[in-house]
Design a protein around this ligand. Structure first.
Ligand code: PAF
Length: 283
């Protein structure tokens, strides 16, 4: 694996590889890699010829009240994991190398609608930061496909809409969430949880599964189902942020005869904010 820290060098190397006919796969990450990220890499390897993984803790997607400096940075351990999976290139620029000395002066991408609710309400500006950095990485790498985890389902939809709205020539591929045996979605944020909190956190997925089962069994009292899941979470010391039954394509509140569902959940355990979702169709 070759590690590159400057965009011009990466552009140059990839131009030759692209001209040689290889399909390039991009896996953008913020590092602190776990098995969920490895799944993104494995999917990228199964679909493309040359894998570019990026590690960049993007300041633009952190709010003023969020601790950017405390975000775990584990570059050496991350590199070893990527080498083991035979990733071709790691792009790990500094903030200065990617955004210059004043990131706040960067032009921003705003994806209206999908960026607004849920994590967009709790973390104002977050999706502008995500869309901006992903757009920049796509422009530098020019991959044929880019791979994102479906645990961050709203992020996935925001990125897909940006790519469609701005006519970017790349396919955005969603990769299924990896889970611990308890059902807890794998996330870098789980590192902040004690073993007991991890067991508690598994209730988020249990609530998603149970609510989906009720809907599949014919219950359409979405409001009651959401309220009961929120109470169940609160009863286990998980402070719910949202638990919402939505249309899986546009994240509008699900209608009575909805067919494409996503249930989005976010909650706090201690200071950690965890998110998860479940998607299903009813014909
Ligand atoms: O999902 C993430 O890790 C980040 O939001 C991403 C897509 C790498 C952009 O910084």
């Amino acid at each position: 694996m070759r590690t590159i820290t400057h965009q011009h060098e990466l552009r140059e190397v990839l131009r030759n590889i692209r001209d040689g006919g290889a399909a390039i796969g991009l896996v953008p990450t913020m590092g602190n890699l776990h098995a969920g990220h490895m799944e993104l890499v494995k999917t990228a390897k199964a679909n493309t010829d040359c894998i570019v993984c990026t590690i960049f803790v993007n300041p633009l997607q952190f709010g003023a009240d969020e601790d950017l400096t405390a975000y775990p940075r584990t570059l050496e351990a991350d590199k070893n994991k990527l080498i083991a999976l035979e990733v071709d290139f790691l792009f790990a620029p500094s903030v200065d190398a990617l955004f210059g000395s004043n990131p706040q002066q960067q032009s921003r991408i705003h994806v209206p609608g999908l960026s607004e609710g849920f994590c967009g309400s709790s973390r104002p500006g977050h999706f502008d930061g995500v869309a901006t950095v992903v757009n920049k990485l796509l422009n530098i790498v020019k991959p044929h496909q880019a791979f994102f985890g479906l645990k961050d389902y709203q992020q996935f939809l925001v990125i897909r809409k940006m790519v469609s709205d701005l006519a970017l020539d790349v396919e955005i591929v969603g990769v299924e969430t990896l889970r611990a045996e308890s059902g807890l979605a794998l996330s870098s944020r789980n590192n902040y949880l004690s073993e007991e909190q991890r067991q508690t956190a598994a209730l988020i997925y249990r609530c998603l599964v149970d609510t989906a089962a009720s809907i599949k069994a014919g219950d359409r009292n979405y409001h009651d189902l959401e309220a009961s899941a929120r109470n169940r979470l609160a009863g286990a010391d998980i402070r719910p942020d949202y638990f919402s039954i939505c249309n899986a394509i546009n994240l509008a509140a699900a209608v009575e005869d909805e067919s494409h569902f996503v249930i989005l959940a976010a909650g706090y355990i201690g200071p950690s904010r965890l998110i998860d979702n479940i998607r299903f169709e009813i014909s």
